[in-house]
Write a protein that binds this ligand. Structure first.
Ligand code: AMP
Ligand code: ZN
Length: 469
């Protein structure tokens, strides 16, 4: 089944054609693990998760790789400021590796709550220092890099084109260059970037490695080029990240990768636009630090946040507010309730399942149109199909949407889990049958089994009633 995807390289929605038929090599820039991810970061990972799952749903064989940035990402994306990891370690009086471990685990725990699949390969930058050094050596040999002030820089003037994202102006590309930008006097050209630091304005860098150029540490961009090539080879199909990664991070990744390889590296660039709060940019240091745990503390289901994200298109900025999340939560709960109320009668109509699967790929596969995917769920609910077929179709869509659409939960009215209810009712039927056959031992065993689960049965004139103990 074919898919379309907006490619930041060409600024067009294109038919997706992988390098090798049926196979997709996909890379995602992972988190910088110096703090919790905010829900903005997680918007990017949710939408990338949908892209990956839609490809799999459309029968592509996908291999997805993600790095973990545990060294080299400075507080400004333009190679200045302090290493974010070191900042995190100082803030919490821990070592950099302790911080990295803690926040890597926290990241994947947030992802699990949001039903984001863990990529096939997850590789921390500090695992791959040797391959960074090797790539830098090749760039030096080929004349694309130079040493100045004891650091190694990439020489952007050696490239025919440096700005590759659809001829955008430098200004347009500056989204990612954050505060604290000071010029580095060692650079020959304004856009040159550091491949390897041996000397920087801060001397207390915690993690350092030996290299042919002295003890130091890698720049941020080199890790994604090396880690992706290590696991996906010289040709990549899709590279993902948040829109702020486009420049300088992805621009620099392309520069160094193609200089190193001598050919085109990645065909499709997928960028997720930002989640903003009402004051503008989402931040980990200013205002309310919006994390998944904070949403949970306030009583929100993380999947209602996933639903909120899926309601809008990934190429539009999204503004977060509690009112908007309340609204999404209400719609999400109602949708789940309608699905829970579907009867289970009848045989599954497999032709209808197939037909709807194709419709879903066409809708969501058209540049990750998630809101169309949700609309299709409502279409199924309204369709002239039996309950069993509707459930089967929605279950299949939920592989991609990952909203636990068929998982019953406590209803607002009764506070009772529908799955539990179904279980108890089945047990009551079993007990009734046992009694009818005068198998009182079995009837008592069933009553005790329920009691152990905190369920009390009462035999009344109207029949058996049950309640939580
Ligand atoms: P970081 O941990 O800072 O390296 O960022 C992790 C991912 O989140 C990157 O792909 C960023 O581009 C992305 N990102 C950062 N801020 C936002 C935001 N407000 N909305 C969506 N994605 C974001
Ligand atoms: Zn990256």
């Amino acid at each position: 089944m074919s898919m379309k995807i907006y490619n930041t390289l060409t600024r067009n929605v294109e038919e997706f054609v992988p390098n090798v038929e049926g196979k997709v090599n996909m890379y995602t820039c992972g988190p910088t693990v110096y703090h919790f991810a905010h829900i903005g970061n997680l918007r990017s990972y949710i939408m990338e998760d949908v892209l990956e799952k839609t490809l799999r749903y459309a029968d592509y064989d996908v291999k997805r790789v993600m790095n973990i940035t545990d060294v080299g990402h400075l507080s400004s994306d333009a190679d200045t400021g302090e290493d974010k990891m070191l900042k995190g370690a100082k803030r919490e009086h821990k070592t950099v590796m302790e911080i990295a471990k803690f926040y890597t685990d926290a990241f994947f725990s947030d992802c699990a709550k949001l039903n984001i699949k863990t990529p096939d390969v997850v590789e921390p930058a500090t695992n791959c220092i040797d391959s960074f050094i090797e790539m830098i050596q090749v760039l030096l040999e080929k004349g694309y890099a130079y040493q100045a002030g004891e650091n190694i820089y990439f020489d952007t003037s050696k490239l025919a084109t440096y700005y590759v994202f659809g001829n955008q102006s430098e200004e347009e590309l500056m989204v990612g260059v954050r505060d604290d930008v000071t010029e580095d006097e060692n650079k020959k050209n304004k856009n040159d970037f550091v491949l390897w630091f041996t000397k920087s304005k801060f001397e207390d860098q915690a993690l350092k490695w030996d290299s042919p150029w002295g003890v130091g540490y890698p720049g941020w961009h080199i890790e994604c080029s090396c880690i992706s090539m290590k696991h996906l080879g010289e040709y990549m199909d899709i590279h993902c990240g948040g829109i702020d990664n486009m420049f300088p991070h992805h621009t620099n990744e392309i520069a160094q990768s193609e200089a190193y390889l001598g050919h085109k590296w990645c065909n499709y660039w997928f960028h997720v636009h930002h989640l903003n709060d009402q004051s503008g940019k989402m931040s980990k240091s200013k205002g309310e630090f919006l994390t998944v745990s904070l949403l949970e503390e306030k009583g929100y289901d993380p999947l209602a946040y996933r639903f909120f994200c899926l309601q809008s298109h990934y190429r539009k900025p999204l503004v977060f507010s509690y009112e908007a999340l309340d609204q999404a939560t209400g719609t999400y709960k109602k949708l789940k309730k309608r699905i829970a109320e579907l009867d289970r009668d009848g045989a599954v109509d497999n032709d209808a399942v197939k037909e709807y699967k194709a419709k879903f790929v066409e809708a969501v596969g058209n540049d990750v149109n998630t809101s169309m995917g949700i609309t299709l769920v409502y279409d199924v609910l309204k369709a002239e199909l039996n309950g069993a077929t509707k459930r089967a179709i929605i279950e299949s869509f939920d592989y991609v949407l990952s909203l636990d659409l068929l998982k019953a939960e406590a209803t607002e009215e009764t506070g009772v889990d529908a799955e539990l209810e179904a279980y108890v009712l089945a047990k009551i039927e079993e007990r009734k049958a046992a009694k009818k056959e005068k198998n009182f031992a079995l009837a008592d065993a069933i009553r005790n089994e329920l009691l152990e689960k905190g369920i009390v049965l009462e035999d009344t004139r109207e029949g058996v009633k049950w309640k939580k103990a």
